[in-house]
Design a protein around this ligand. Structure first.
Ligand code: M6R
Length: 614
């Protein structure tokens, strides 16, 4: 969700900025722009839509910009004002001397804007960001020092921001700062890189500095000065990034999403290595820092997350309650943060997030931490803001996920929940030994079973084509796979824009059944186990209303052939582990429908990979 880049050094800046923005495209955006420091003045170029439009806009200026070695860039995901050229960043003050890019939302921008307009500032855009440009420029007019002006201005700003700022009168100087929005500084030889995320800098350097909230860094080719919001000098902490630049290739797949779906067997293998050796050995989960006595006596867990991570959390609840007998509440972070939640030092709070930067989840985590709860974070980004808040950190190690639609990170979150639930069940002795062994042995077989599904993906592709012209889609399931129905529907919605909804099948007759007729596809996630027969009856009810019935099943029951128009079969698996197996065909189904419809699979409209605003 918005991405900023910046560079100051000795190399030509334009390609560095454009390439950096390209690496951030996965975050989701609808316009882009750069500001380049030229010998006479800073020049700004912007475009609507994809980065290719900005490249076109820049092409006639390539020669005059070729020697520039400092600049900032931005991809914008519209919040205040439509995705137009005027609203695209960088934004400038009245005279154009000060230029900024911003990621985040300024909550008090209306008051500030009124005040600044009264002082003669003329606003060109509808954005909240332009307020910051005018505010800093106004203060700069008085103090004549960019760093100081930024420090004073940010004290007046409410909301979230990562900012990268240049001024015509401050030669070779980039000023950056942040509050509740991600920002990383890459340290090179006689150069610094600035970005919202590591992929934009990793091919240049592995040495990085993460700013903490309210810190201000002043960068020139040779120096970095780090200060707190009051100008007190601080010592920067340089970290070595655990990233490889090759991670961002499609490796021959048409889309990142398809590649990431295919990576899932190895993702599970990687997670299990070192944690689960054989079905008879205990789970090793040293990442959990809660002492064993406390874990044994834990009487409440809360899990907070958004979107796909929320669905993983719902399955986490199911298995922790089943394996360990501990009550678990799951809540969308955006709801959790605006009510009086009962959390204290006796509650284990688990935050689940692919990006580790989701604003709502981060706020929820900080609230629970302030109330004394132990914070366990399950994330794919051990370098994220949430990871830095964690008392216990379970990195899910799925590797960077580029496609906006989460796939491998979801499967990795689920695998981590299984390990956690089994680990706690072993400590609490809450599960019979033979059941534990069966589940561990089942976990170890998952990668191979997913490979079997991937090897027969043509059947799913055929099904996707058959149903791709539908406007609506219903997914039904019961028990542990109800969240799978929600996640299957979310995947389809996100990338194909088909109106898909997941229901607990028992709820169909309480309302949604009114929607059914011969145009409506209903997909039943029919895994063998405790609710199989019940779900079969619910599917009969849908069939009786002429719905177009699809089964996703691990049963070879012949009566399914009469009931369903299309059957997708998956390998046998213990019911409690079936959400992982059931999800793979649903990811493929969503992918093939969207691909068939010609949608922008990896960067669906309106969506952002990292949702850094509330
Ligand atoms: O990074 P997070 O897991 O915290 O993100 C939460 C949601 O924004 C995310 O899962 C979103 O729903 C994805 N687009 C799902 O595909």
């Amino acid at each position: 969700m918005c991405g900023i880049v910046g560079y100051v050094g000795k190399k030509p800046v334009l390609d560095i900025l454009l390439d950096g923005l390209e690496q951030l495209e996965y975050r989701g955006y609808d316009s882009s722009g750069v500001a380049i420091k030229c010998p006479d003045a800073i020049k700004v170029y912007k475009a609507e839509g994809k980065l290719s439009n900005l490249r076109e806009e820049l092409a006639p200026h390539a020669y005059e910009l070729a020697k520039s070695t400092m600049g900032i860039g931005h991809i914008r995901w519209a919040t205040h004002g439509a995705p137009t050229v005027i609203n695209a960043h960088p934004h400038t003050c009245n005279c154009g001397n000060l230029v900024i890019v911003h990621n985040g939302i300024i909550e008090n921008y209306k008051e500030l804007k009124e005040e600044l307009e009264a002082k003669g500032c003329v606003f060109k855009s509808q954005t909240d960001t332009e307020t910051i440009a005018h505010l800093i420029a106004n203060i700069y007019g008085e103090v004549k020092d960019l760093t100081k002006a930024v420090q004073l201005a940010t004290k007046r700003i409410q909301g979230a921001y990562a900012l990268c700022i240049m001024h015509n009168d401050e030669k070779d100087k980039l000023v950056v700062t942040k509050r509740n929005a991600p920002l990383v500084i890459g340290v090179g030889e006689h150069e610094f890189y600035v970005a919202s995320d590591v992929p934009a800098i990793i091919k240049h350097t592995k040495r990085a500095i993460y700013l903490t909230d309210n810190q201000v860094a002043v960068l020139t080719p040779e120096t970095m000065v780090l200060q707190d919001e009051n100008g007190k000098e601080l010592t920067p902490k340089v970290e070595i990034l655990p990233w490889e630049p090759v991670a961002l290739s499609k490796m021959g797949y048409k889309h990142f999403m398809l590649k990431e779906i295919h990576e899932q067997p190895d993702v599970i293998r990687n997670i299990l290595v070192g944690k689960l050796h054989t079905s008879n050995s205990p789970i090793i989960l040293d990442e959990v820092k809660v002492n064993k006595e406390t874990l044994k006596n834990l009487n409440r867990i809360q899990v907070i997350a958004c979107g796909t991570s929320l669905h993983a959390a719902m399955i986490g609840k199911y298995i922790i309650e089943d394996f360990c007998g501990i009550p678990v509440d799951v809540e969308a972070s955006s709801e959790y943060i605006y009510r009086k939640t009962v959390t204290d030092e006796h509650t284990l709070v688990i935050g689940v997030s692919q990006s580790g930067e989701t604003a709502d989840t981060l706020t929820a985590i900080k609230q629970s931490k302030a109330r004394g709860s132990h914070i366990l974070i399950i994330t794919n980004r051990p370098d994220s803001a949430m990871a830095r808040e964690a008392d216990s950190l379970i990195p899910v190690s799925a590797g960077i996920e580029v496609s906006v639609a989460a796939t491998k990170s979801y499967i990795a979150q689920l695998t981590s929940f299984y390990l956690l639930a089994l680990y706690m069940a072993e400590i609490k002795s809450s599960m019979p030994a033979d059941k534990l062994t069966e589940l561990k042995s089942g976990l170890l077989t998952l990668p191979q079973k997913i490979e079997q599904i991937l090897a027969h993906k043509e059947n799913i592709q055929k099904c996707a084509r058959k149903y791709s012209s539908t406007r609506d889609f219903i997914y039904i399931a019961r028990g542990i796979n109800y969240p799978t129905a929600l996640e299957g529907a979310l995947k389809l919605k996100e990338i194909s824009y088909i109106n898909a909804t997941g229901y607990p099948a028992g709820e169909l007759k309480h309302g949604p059944i009114a929607m059914l007729d011969e145009t409506m596809p209903v997909l039943s996630i029919l895994m063998k186990g405790s609710v199989y027969e019940k779900l079969l009856s619910n599917s009969e009810e849908a069939k009786a209303r002429n719905a177009r019935m699809i089964a996703l099943t691990n049963s070879d029951d012949e009566k399914l052939d009469d009931l369903f128009d299309y059957i997708i079969r998956v390998p046998e698996i213990e019911e409690l582990l079936s959400p992982i197996i059931a999800m793979i065909p649903l990811q493929l189904m969503a992918y093939y429908i969207a691909e068939f419809l010609g949608k922008d699979v990896d960067q669906p409209r309106n969506l952002a990979k990292s949702v850094t605003v509330e």
